[in-house]
Design a binder for this molecule. Sequence first.
Ligand code: SF4
Length: 166
Amino acid sequence: MGEKIKIGVSRCLLGDKVRYDGGDKQDPFITDILSSYIEWVPVCPEVEYGLGVPREAMHLEGNPADPRLITIHTKIDHTDRMKVWVRNRCINLEKENLCGFIFKSGSPSCGMEGVEVYGDEGESLGTGAGLFAQEFKACFPFLPVEDEERLHDPLVREIFMDRIFW
Ligand code: SF4
């Protein structure tokens, strides 16, 4: 087999225990099947940004088109510092020559779409993208991106595979 192509991936999907609760979200399609063909470039925005494991869970609040990243109970607002971090991380990723990215669905950092955005009272205001995924898509508008949930659909999976190996 020739040289493997490089794909970015939310690190918890590889089985690394980096989630806020100390767990992982290993996805067998990613670790058992795709790993034969792909060199992973793992990114965990929350850990690399400096938050520990375990850590307080965060969610998105405010304007769904430009949401804020807030810890759920203590209401610490990480938005501005995280935006600086994600910008620098995306510049750094340009050197990797990635052929695509697989994001963790539903995450306020990694979710590429459909992440719940809340108001002050915990009411739903709509959905948006996690801060890292949003910046990544802006920096690499032509790269194929998916999340692990969508990749469970055979058609989505086939289209993604065609695009990354094209
Ligand atoms: S979803 Fe993203 S930020 Fe959360 S644990 Fe996984 S890689 Fe880290």
